[in-house]
Ligand binder design. Sequence first.
Ligand code: NAP
Length: 244
Amino acid sequence: MLGGTTEASAMATALHAAGVQAEFSYAGRTAAPVTQPLPTRIGGFGGVDGLVEYIRAHAISHVIDATHPFAAQISRNAIAACNATQVPLIVLQRAAWIAGAQDRWVHVADTLAAVAALPDAPARVFLAIGKQTLEPFTVKPQHHYLLRLVDVPEGPLPLPDCAVVIARGPFTEAGDTDLMTEHGITHIVAKNSGGTGAQAKLAAARARHLPVILIERPALPPRQIVHEVTQVMEWLHQSARLGV
Ligand code: NAP
């Protein structure tokens, strides 16, 4: 299983409880990843070829991609490696968020479009997108940016005017409301990750009538996608019954 999300941790618990022989893989992006009840490896495989080699060397019979909806590279690699090895692949992924009547969401395709959607006049922006794609926002240095990161940044951040909060979800609406009030936030930039753990900022923005610039998920080739751990277990049982 390719992990790195809350869903992946729930999946690991279910696999362990069912006595399924499985291995958990982390990219190694955070300093202290959540401990899993499964044997765990950390680090990239070395592209598609590395993943193919790993699948063969470990006699992997099924691959579960439970990575983040924005982790497009590893998900593309999983599709290619499973095709090459003829190993079945299933994706466990949270459903995307859908705007309600009270929401002020601006949907954008990617990070560059999110930067373009920010105003030119100085604003106070809650940039809730992690640490990997901050660079494009340097073209709008007039804004104050609030970042929420899992780990303390190792080096200087590219944004001249920013505050950093270190925290790991799940977050609450009350907590995110306080955070936005404290920092005088006027705009939120977020990824359409889906799920409940990161939804609090959207609820807090809705209550405060704040605009949310929402980056939509990257497009990937068609794959079998489910939203529930039980559906993955059923898929595994079914292939066991079919002798796959
Ligand atoms: P990415 O761009 O799709 O992947 C970049 C490279 O990291 C991959 O090519 C692969 O290296 C390695 N990698 C990614 N996930 C891996 C895994 N589970 N096990 C082993 N290697 C992995 O992914 P990313 O955006 O850097 O995200 C990395 C991890 O953080 C993912 O597991 C994801 O679930 C988690 N995460 C991402 C986000 C986000 O917004 N992107 C948010 C929360 C959590 P090789 O090519 O060398 O195999």
